[in-house]
Design a protein around this ligand. Structure first.
Ligand code: HEC
Length: 354
């Protein structure tokens, strides 16, 4: 065999090896030892927070209670690795949580994170890994505590139209979420609180790499005309790789007056996650197709939405989405601009961690 060819083959072999060699799995027992040595004084023996301890009382801030299943499940392990390595301040938390990156190896950080995750059974709760970026149109599957403001400006001939939506979403139980939305519309001649939407979402299936949820929302007109409608949707999220996320939703709208007058909407989005630091700009591309049930009501409409998520706080619990929606089919408007402001209130007050 030719020497150059053989060297090339060996190179490819080594490369394959480099990509397939699994990282050393996190070891919970080693993690416990790390915890007992470095963390117990503040976080309590066995992860049970002891609020009567003078050390904890002296901190001025109460450390996290890892034995609380809801809390433990909703925080992604990657975020905890960052907090442990770089300290609370780096991720928008209290600076009393010291950075351990100088003391612990990456393996020890992985081990202690695995130990923290093993402290309580969270199998009935959707994992925080699945609390994915909020897309503009695709419905999110994770049942989170969120306040979201969405502003939409439609550029069209004659009247330009504004729509504003305030969403308040709150976790209910282990895997459910209550939804309340206020929709305000104005287009030059009218400006009104158009409708109120009330709904419920339930996560049906989840792991640390996928989530599937179903939701039903009733839209009741306030100042707008009409009888309102029932909307139901399935929402799906999937981690394709450490840096690519896919989300999709299938939504059906049934007007109360005549449910065959409704429409179906399929939306999907891919995000590129290039950094573990939340306060970055993350690009995404979303595509939406919608079609009235009755073809006499209109044709299939396609739009594409390039967008970016901008993490505003150090931990990313307040974030902005900016996007533009461009029609790919014949539509009554030219462009729509979106601005979404999201506040994940389970992770702290709006003003924390800027
Ligand atoms: C000097 C006290 C102290 C020590 C030592 C300490 N922590 Fe903390 N830790 C805190 C405090 C206080 C917070 C809460 C920060 C907040 O909520 O703003 C915290 C928060 C955390 C969080 C973030 C939880 C969340 O809110 O998502 C993790 C993870 C964590 N600590 C892990 C560890 C580990 C692992 C060790 C040991 C290697 C450790 N801590 C050692 C005080 C401490």
């Amino acid at each position: 065999m030719n020497m150059g060819f053989r060297t090339a083959l060996m190179g490819v072999g080594l490369l394959c090896l480099a990509f397939t060699t699994p990282a050393v799995a996190a070891n919970v027992d080693n993690g416990r030892q790390v915890y007992d040595t470095y963390c117990t004084s503040c976080h309590g023996a066995d992860g049970l927070l002891d609020t009567s301890s003078p050390v904890i009382q002296g901190l001025g801030v109460t450390p996290a209670d890892f034995s609380d299943a809801l809390f433990n499940s909703r925080e992604p392990a990657d975020d905890w690795r960052m907090v442990i390595k770089y300290g609370g301040h780096a991720m928008g938390l209290a600076e009393q949580m010291p950075a351990q990156g100088e003391v612990l190896s990456d393996q020890q950080v992985d081990d202690v994170t695995a130990y923290l995750k093993s402290l309580v059974d969270t199998s009935a709760f959707p994992p925080g890994e699945m609390n994915l970026m909020l897309p503009i149109r695709t419905k999110k599957a994770f049942p989170e505590d969120e306040v979201v403001y969405i502003g939409r400006y439609t550029d069209r001939e004659g009247n330009h139209a504004y729509k504003q939506v305030l969403e308040i979403e709150k976790r209910i139980g282990k895997a459910g979420q209550g939804i309340l939305e206020l929709v305000h519309e104005s287009d030059g001649s009218v400006s009104e609180l158009a409708e109120v939407e009330i709904g419920y979402k339930q996560a049906l299936s989840f792991s640390t790499s996928h989530i599937l949820s179903a939701a039903a929302v009733v839209a009741v007109p306030v100042e707008a005309d009409g009888d309102g409608e029932l909307q139901s949707y399935l929402a799906y999220g999937k981690l394709l790789s450490p840096s690519w996320i896919f989300q999709s939703s299938l939504r059906l709208k049934f007007p109360f007056a005549d449910s065959s007058d409704g429409e179906v909407e399929l939306a999907g989005i891919a995000h590129y996650v290039h950094s573990p630091w939340p306060r970055r700009v993350f690009p995404a591309l979303e595509v939406v197709a919608s079609k009235p049930f009755r073809s006499s009501k209109g044709d299939l409409e396609w739009t594409v939405m390039p967008q970016v998520r901008v993490g505003l706080t150090r931990g990313g619990h307040v974030a902005l989405n900016l996007g533009v929606e461009l029609p790919l089919s014949d539509q009554s408007w030219d462009q729509r601009y979106y601005m979404t402001l999201l506040w994940d209130f389970a992770d702290g007050s709006f003003f924390q961690g800027w």
